[in-house]
Design a protein around this ligand. Structure first.
Ligand code: CA
Length: 244
C-alpha cells in the first residue's frame, strides 16, 4: 500500500487541502475487543430460534447496527414487515442473556499497544460504538486504563440513528471539537466503514472477522489491514503519511 497516494486521493475527493490529524475514532467490538465471535454465535442462535435465516456471517454483515435495527432489517427482508417492539425487546434480551453466559471478551491483539501509541503521539483517541451494554464504560476503563475520557465515548445511548448512518461519527466530531479532516476512523465492519465514510472521514478497516476484504473496500474503506496488530506494527509509517 502506498499510504501517501491513498491519502491524497481521499483529500482530493473530499476537497480538503490536508489532513490535520488530531484524533483517532475507534470502533469497539471487533477493533478494541475480540468480541465478535461471541456476538455472532449469540445473535445467530437467537434469530434462528425465532424463525429467521441468520448465519454467523450475517451477523458480521449487520455488525454496527443496533439490535433493534438488525432485527427489523432481517424481518423486512425475510417476512416483508418490520418486527414488533415486543419481539425486538424479547430477542434483544435473549441475545444479552446468552452473551452473559460467555466468558468476558478479551482485548483485540495489538489494540492496547495501538491506542497507547495514538495517545503518546498527542492524538485524542475516541470510541464510537453501536453497543449499549450497561457495563461498557467499566470494561473500557479496566481494559484501557487512562486512555479514553468519558466525554470521548459515543454509544448507542447517544444517537437515534446508529451506523451505517454517519450520526455516531458526526457526534464524535462534535463532542471532541474536531473537523472531518482532523480525525480518522478505525473500523472492522462494512456498515461501520459506511458510517465513517458517510461522515466524510478517512476510514481504515481492520479485517478482524471472516469477511472477504473486498467487502470492506466496497463499503468505502480507504485502507484495509488484515488485523489491528498489522495497523499497530506499521503505525509509525502510517502516522508519517497521515501527518505529512
Ligand atoms: Ca465493529
Amino acid at each position: 500500500m502506498n499510504y501517501r497516494e491513498i491519502i491524497d486521493r481521499y483529500l482530493q475527493l473530499q476537497g480538503h487541502k490536508a489532513l490535520q490529524l488530531r484524533a483517532v475514532l475507534f470502533d469497539m467490538d471487533g477493533v478494541l475487543f475480540d468480541s465478535m465471535p461471541f456476538h455472532a454465535k449469540a445473535w445467530s442462535q437467537v434469530m434462528t430460534d425465532a424463525g429467521f435465516h441468520f448465519t454467523q456471517e450475517d451477523v458480521y454483515m449487520n455488525e454496527g447496527r443496533t439490535g433493534a435495527d438488525t432485527i427489523n432489517t432481517a424481518s423486512l427482508a425475510q417476512f416483508g414487515k418490520p418486527s414488533t417492539p415486543e419481539q425486538i425487546d424479547a430477542l434483544c434480551k435473549a441475545k444479552c442473556d446468552i452473551f452473559a453466559t460467555y466468558p468476558e471478551t478479551p482485548r483485540m491483539r495489538g489494540a492496547l499497544e495501538l491506542v497507547t501509541k495514538v495517545k503518546a503521539c498527542g492524538l485524542t483517541p475516541m470510541i464510537v460504538t453501536g453497543s449499549g451494554t450497561p457495563t461498557l464504560l467499566d470494561r473500557i476503563q479496566s481494559n484501557f486504563p487512562g486512555i479514553f475520557d468519558e466525554g470521548h465515548i459515543v454509544t448507542s445511548f447517544n444517537v437515534k440513528r446508529g451506523k451505517p448512518y454517519p450520526d455516531p461519527y458526526l457526534l464524535a466530531l462534535e463532542k471532541g471539537g474536531f473537523a472531518p479532516n482532523e480525525a480518522i476512523v478505525v473500523e472492522n465492519a462494512p456498515l461501520g466503514v459506511t458510517a465513517g465514510v458517510a461522515a466524510g472521514l478517512f476510514t481504515i478497516a481492520a479485517n478482524t472477522g471472516p469477511l472477504n476484504p473486498e467487502v470492506l473496500y466496497n463499503a468505502g474503506a480507504n485502507m484495509v489491514f488484515p488485523s489491528v496488530e498489522a495497523i499497530e506494527n506499521d503505525w509509525e509509517n502510517l502516522l508519517a503519511a497521515l501527518t505529512a
